[in-house]
Design a protein around this ligand. Structure first.
Ligand SMILES: *Cc1c(COP(=O)(O)O)cnc(C)c1O
Length: 354
């Protein structure tokens, strides 16, 4: 196979070793004479996978037993609804949201179905080109919700705001990419398919003592407490997505954990943004201080170069560089598994464009 350089925003690149091990397990899992796709999720072998998939998240995040780790379905999109169901008070419910992009807006839309939503900061009027910073959130709010990395617009929250209520974060596109204090958060959720595994499962990390305070009768699947009690086995979990996520996290741990990958992620981003800034043919969409280390959105200043640049990218084996349909231009997603060499190759193609 002639492997491409995959800059896709999601589903996205995973380590080659993970693809190999996942393929092996489809054919035969743990010398059992069975595929991982045909064993019971209640079998000893799969329960061990789920237990380790939950435990490794705690190790990588350096969080204690006051947190629970869940693997659910429905994507980050279901969490837009599920988080409010578990935190928004029944009668007087009120939450603060930061509106930093399409995903944040989608989360706001769902939360409004359950209570009052105050958008405490928004960059919508300026095409989501920056992260609003000048806002206050007091204890009158049930929780504060924000998106740590805006996958489409290419901005990222580099300093977590000091707010006086529970903190809920959609970390879909930068989870496990940088060293942060995970103990800052009360709920973290992430669709696996950006930086930690294949599509099909959603990681939820929740602080246990915040639950059960809304007065709501929560539908079973939407109740974090129920999933905690059932250890992510309330119903049949997405076994293959959980297993492959575990392989990805084991690969991360083996290679030095978040500390090690953060260094490489910063190198990749610096390499690309330096070229965009230097090269008179390109520009970014967003404010320099808020640029994302994961997803760099940029465009050609002179659109007439598009055909030539696209052809050069294609010839170099570069995949997935088209910008999101709502923004246009280009987007280089530089998730954990993307090697520095792929970014170097893209930069070379940009340099050669005259
Ligand atoms: C991709 C993405 C989503 C949507 O995730 P699904 O798992 O497809 O529901 C939500 N938030 C962010 C930040 C994303 O990048």
């Amino acid at each position: 196979m002639n492997k491409k350089h995959n800059f896709s925003a999601g589903p996205s690149i995973l380590p080659q070793e993970v693809f190999q091990k996942a393929s092996d397990a489809i054919l035969e899992f743990n010398d059992s004479g069975l595929s991982i796709l045909e064993i019971s999720h209640r079998s000893k072998d799969f329960v061990a996978v789920m237990d380790e998939a939950r435990a490794i998240v705690k190790r990588l995040m350096k969080i204690g037993d006051d947190y629970e780790v869940l693997y659910l379905q429905g994507g980050a999109s279901l969490q837009f609804l599920m988080a409010p169901f578990n935190l928004m008070k029944l009668e007087s419910g009120k939450a603060a949201y930061l509106d930093t992009g399409s995903w944040a807006a989608a989360a706001i839309k769902e939360a409004k179905k359950l209570g009052k939503v105050d958008v405490v900061g928004s960059s919508k009027e300026e095409n989501y080109s920056f992260i609003p910073k000048d806002f206050k959130v007091g204890p009158e709010y049930d929780y504060f919700h924000f998106t740590s990395n805006n996958t489409i617009f290419g901005t990222q929250v580099h300093h977590f705001p000091d707010v006086d209520t529970l903190k809920v974060c959609d970390m879909s596109s930068d989870i496990f990419s940088r060293v942060i204090d995970f103990n800052y958060f009360d709920i973290i959720y992430a669709g696996a398919q950006k930086n930690m595994g294949p599509a099909g499962t959603t990681l939820v990390v929740v602080k246990k003592d915040i639950l059960g305070k809304t007065g709501r009768d929560i539908p079973s699947y939407l109740d974090y407490d129920l999933h905690i009690k059932k250890e992510s086995m309330f119903n049949t979990p997405p076994v293959f997505a959980v297993y492959t996520s575990l392989l990805t996290l084991q690969n991360l741990e083996k290679n030095g954990g978040i500390e090690a990958v953060e260094k490489i992620n910063n190198q990749k981003a610096t390499l690309l943004y330096d070229e965009i800034d230097r090269n008179p043919l390109f520009e970014t969409f967003c404010k320099k201080e808020d640029r994302s280390v994961m997803n760099a959105s940029f465009k050609l200043i002179d659109e007439s170069k598009k055909e030539e640049f696209d052809a050069a990218c294609k010839a170099a084996g570069i995949n997935g560089l088209n910008g999101h349909r709502s923004l246009g231009g280009y987007r280089a997603s530089m998730y954990n598994a993307l090697p520095l060499e792929s970014v170097q190759l893209l930069v070379d193609v940009m340099k050669n464009l005259k």
